[in-house]
Design a protein around this ligand. Structure first.
Ligand code: FAD
Length: 442
């Protein structure tokens, strides 16, 4: 008889795990509550919907995100493959046409005869083997169930998403296409600010009205009032750190001179294509908690966006994750229910690719193909972070970066060389375990 498993949540982690296990002959029950019940940020019924940026970050091996992708490729990630088939131009980043990506993942899932799709909210954990992949916006009922099952060791916090505008409403005479320092294709549109325009924009951000947290968010909340992922910090919060913080960060003008005039701007805000047809653009770095009418007022002050029409506003939302090192055993399942594995953001990994990687790891654990990954690898370290109680402070979500890898034996100062060697070391370690059981790993 084929082994059976229930997977709750058809997001990034759940979809990867479902496809991996179905490919290995498992009978998969994939329980997804959309469209019967939606989250605060998902908009449709497709599997693997990207809720914020359409960028899966860099593919360069000298970045944590790039190394993670290469490890996942060696380990046979199915969603990475689908992402590459759905990509849009974005320089060194792997960005996808979000609709096409989700459609392709959904088609793969629907075409697997041994995946049974159940469109319903799971309010408790079913019996038998389960992968819980309900993400950072896990439904309230499931969170309450987990609270009862696991006690008070869960942490909750907030996150914010960037607006998307209609390309036809951008003033193309004002913005210009250019890659920073002309490295790669000129895939981004640039909105250049004069000094006066920049400070007016910052003032508008600082004085604009914000959303308050919802009642249900306060009910669950048990930490500092607002704490964000550093890379998803709302633009108004960055501006609050200092009037120049944006132009030294996400709006830095270096390498973005106007190619027609050679003129250097005081600050530059970049727009990134949302799809292959370039019909919509994302305001890079403009994740926000501002009220919708305020977003319209403030973001229209960006040069070139005075007539912008918003296809999606930025928003505030809850982001939940479990205190995994306390509640999980070394094979990433719950101590109180060893037949329940937790995958994706709810387990405490952070980021799209990290969630897919987590679904991949869990599927391989369930299929008895892995009991740990090499410590020299990003995935091996993500795994270890979820099961080792931190030496200092509380457990917080972890993403792919070189800082989580062990140091090299030799003391190399050149940062680029150091990263190259770390990447080589990681990929060699992953290849070594693939050689031990190649038919199982790839
Ligand atoms: C608003 C927001 C913006 C983000 N932006 C980015 C970004 O730009 N870049 C990045 O790298 N990461 C981002 N993240 C972090 C993270 O990478 C994504 O949230 C990612 O989609 C998480 O993947 P997942 O598989 O864990 O959960 P999800 O992809 O959210 O999938 C979970 C699925 O479970 C379903 N579900 C929930 N509860 C139940 C239930 N009880 N029963 C049945 N189904 C249920 C949901 O409908 C959903 O389809 C963002 C997170 C949030 C919340």
């Amino acid at each position: 008889m084929s082994p059976a498993i229930s997977i709750i949540g058809g997001g990034l982690a759940g979809s990867e795990a479902a496809l991996q296990l179905a490919t290995r002959g498992f009978e998969v029950r994939l329980i997804e509550m959309r469209p019967r019940r939606n989250t605060e940020v998902h908009t449709g019924s497709l599997f693997a919907e990207l809720v914020c940026s359409n960028s899966l970050k860099s593919v360069r091996l000298d970045t944590g995100a790039g190394l993670l992708k290469e490890e996942m490729r060696l380990l046979g990630s199915i969603l990475l493959d689908i992402a590459e088939q759905s990509k849009v131009p974005a320089g060194h980043a792997l960005a996808v046409d979000r609709e096409l990506f989700a459609q392709n993942v959904s088609r793969h899932i629907e075409n697997m005869p041994n995946i049974r799709i159940i469109r319903d909210e799971a309010t408790t954990l079913p019996s038998g083997k389960v992968i819980l992949a309900t993400g950072p916006l896990t439904s309230d009922a499931m969170m309450r169930h987990l609270q009862k099952l696991l006690g008070e060791d869960q942490l909750f916090f907030f996150d914010a998403i960037a607006p998307i505008i209609d390309a036809d409403t951008i003033d193309m005479d004002t913005v210009y296409a250019k890659a920073r320092y002309d490295k790669g294709e000129a895939d981004y549109l640039n909105c250049a600010f004069t000094k006066e325009q920049y400070y007016d924009f910052v003032d508008a951000l600082l004085s604009a009205e914000k959303h308050e947290a919802h009642e249900f968010e306060n009910e669950f909340f048990n930490g500092d009032k607002f704490s964000f992922y550093e890379n998803c910090m709302p633009i108004e919060e960055i501006a609050r750190r200092g009037r120049d913080s944006l132009r030294h960060g996400v709006m830095r003008p270096m390498g973005l001179e106007n190619p027609a005039t050679g003129q250097k701007a005081f600050a530059v805000l970049q727009l990134r294509a949302e799809n292959k047809d370039f019909t919509a653009y994302n305001l890079v770095g403009c994740q926000t908690m501002l009220r919708y009418p305020e977003q319209k007022r403030v973001f229209k002050q960006i040069p070139g966006l005075q007539s912008a029409s918003f296809l999606r506003y930025g928003s505030i939302h809850r982001n939940s994750y479990l205190n995994s090192p306390k509640i999980m055993n070394p094979l990433l399942s719950l101590k109180v229910r060893p037949d329940v594995w937790v995958a994706g953001q709810l387990s405490g990994v952070e980021g799209y690719m990290e969630c897919i990687a987590s679904g991949l790891m869990i599927a391989k654990i369930v299929a008895n193909e892995l009991s740990i990954l090499p410590e020299e690898s990003i995935m091996g370290q993500l795994w270890r972070r979820l099961i080792n109680i931190p030496e200092k402070g509380k457990f917080s979500p972890v993403n792919a970066n070189f800082g989580i890898l062990p140091a090299l034996d030799s003391n190399i100062r050149d940062k680029k060389l150091k990263r190259e060697l770390m990447s080589q070391r990681s990929l060699a370690a992953i290849r070594r375990i693939s050689q031990i059981c190649p038919e199982k790993l790839v």
